[in-house]
Design a protein around this ligand. Structure first.
Ligand code: HEC
Length: 118
């Protein structure tokens, strides 16, 4: 009996942890790594990290994007340009699953999906 309730509690805790993770949406944060601080410093003056995080770009496209942002005023140390391009392409490359906007994620989790038609 106590073993059973312990495992039920365990399941409940795992469930709670999962929903906390979903709510604090990693989708809106720049991923951890040595370039995270540099990227945040160079790229968050004018817009949220979200505009970066939702991209799925090739390395060539990230290179163009970086150079465009620098032209617009992003302060990127030329020594860090390549590192940042690698960081963005590694984390937001074309092979990644599509970005899920936080609102849709919450809506999908709380309601059942609309596809359940009769
Ligand atoms: C000087 C202001 C400024 C800084 C700093 C800046 N951006 Fe932007 N960024 C913008 C603006 C303005 C837009 C919106 C452009 C539009 O509406 O097309 C944008 C849009 C974007 C987009 C969406 C695609 C696009 O081209 O519109 C990406 C990705 C992006 N920025 C990445 C970055 C990265 C990476 C950095 C850091 C290296 C950065 N930005 C720094 C101004 C800036």
């Amino acid at each position: 009996m106590s073993k059973l309730s312990a495992s039920i509690l365990g399941i409940a805790l795992v469930g709670a942890a999962a929903s906390v993770t979903a709510q604090s949406s990693p989708n809106e944060q720049l991923p951890a790594g040595p370039m995270q601080v540099k990227a945040a410093a160079a790229c968050s003056n004018c817009h949220e990290a979200r505009i970066i995080v939702q991209q799925r770009l090739s390395k060539a496209a990230w290179t163009k994007e970086m150079d465009k942002m620098v032209k617009w005023g992003a302060e990127v140390d030329p020594k860090e340009r390549d590192g940042l391009i690698d960081y963005f392409s590694a984390n937001f490359g074309p092979d990644l699953p599509a970005y899920v906007a936080p609102n849709s994620a919450v809506a999908t989790a709380s309601k059942s999906p609309a596809k359940a038609k009769h």
